[in-house]
Design a protein around this ligand. Structure first.
Ligand SMILES: [Zn+2]
Length: 237
């Protein structure tokens, strides 16, 4: 049991250091990831809007040609109006002229709507482009910070993790399980040194007999209050 206790103490030392490394990175990994996602999503949004603008421009050209065609026809009808020989013919051409005018107005309205839509998309793209530029600047500097933080700690982290798995094999599975469960729940370590006569995890006072037993360092003892495994790092109060 004493050997297992020693291994557990080593394990929590490693986890303590891993925790420090993680804290050293701070929010950088999460920030970099979310900024990368933001830039990518804005870029794809802009691409979609640019495609839509392409379609709108095609529609606008189509309507322009249509309006031109109708205007030519309208001109012809107007010329014919001078050449009519009967009232009936005059009425028929007048009707055609009115119809053509209405059609042109309709087409112009549609075209106007397309122009408005295009302007709106262009403004959105402009805003997104500004956002991309700002976020990219911040992303570049955050990436550099993360890179240097990683460069400082990657090797140490790998060594710690490899030592961790070596220690794993030396600890009885049920105890390891208990430790890992506590570690995950506490987001850190599963074993702490007592501080004076108190649990180092929840700071509640331990019974005197428990403190004595923990200080003997040859039994696995858990805190009656928070269940965290206890040891003594040798520091007096
Ligand atoms: Zn406790």
């Amino acid at each position: 049991m004493k050997q297992t206790l020693e291994q557990l103490i080593k394990l929590q030392e490693i986890d303590q250091r891993l925790l420090e490394i993680k804290e050293h990175m701070g929010d950088l990994p999460v920030t970099v990831e979310s900024q990368e996602l933001e830039v990518a999503s804005l870029q794809s949004e802009n691409e979609q809007k640019q495609n839509r603008i392409g379609e709108i421009e095609k529609d606008i050209r189509h309507h322009e040609a249509e309006i031109e065609d109708f205007t030519t026809k309208l001109g012809k009808y107007k010329e014919q109006l001078f050449l009519v020989k009967s009232n009936k013919e005059y009425d028929a051409i007048s009707q055609e002229i009115d119809h053509m005018k209405a059609t042109i107005t309709e087409s112009e309205d549609v075209q106007l709507k397309f122009e408005e839509e295009k302007t709106e998309f262009e403004e959105n793209i402009k805003l997104n482009t500004n956002k991309i530029a700002t976020t990219s600047d911040s992303l570049t500097s955050n990436r550099a910070d993360l890179q240097s933080a990683l460069a400082e700690t990657t090797q140490e982290k790998e060594e710690l993790e490899s030592n961790r798995s070596i220690i794993f094999d030396k600890i009885e599975p049920s105890l390891l399980n208990a430790y890992e469960t506590l570690r995950n729940a506490r987001d850190g370590v599963g074993m702490v040194s007592i501080i004076g006569k108190a649990c180092g995890g929840c700071y509640s006072q331990l019974p005197p007999q428990t403190v004595i037993e923990i200080k003997e360092n040859n039994k696995i003892i858990t805190c009656p209050n928070c269940s965290v495994l206890q040891f003594w790092d040798g520091a007096e109060e």
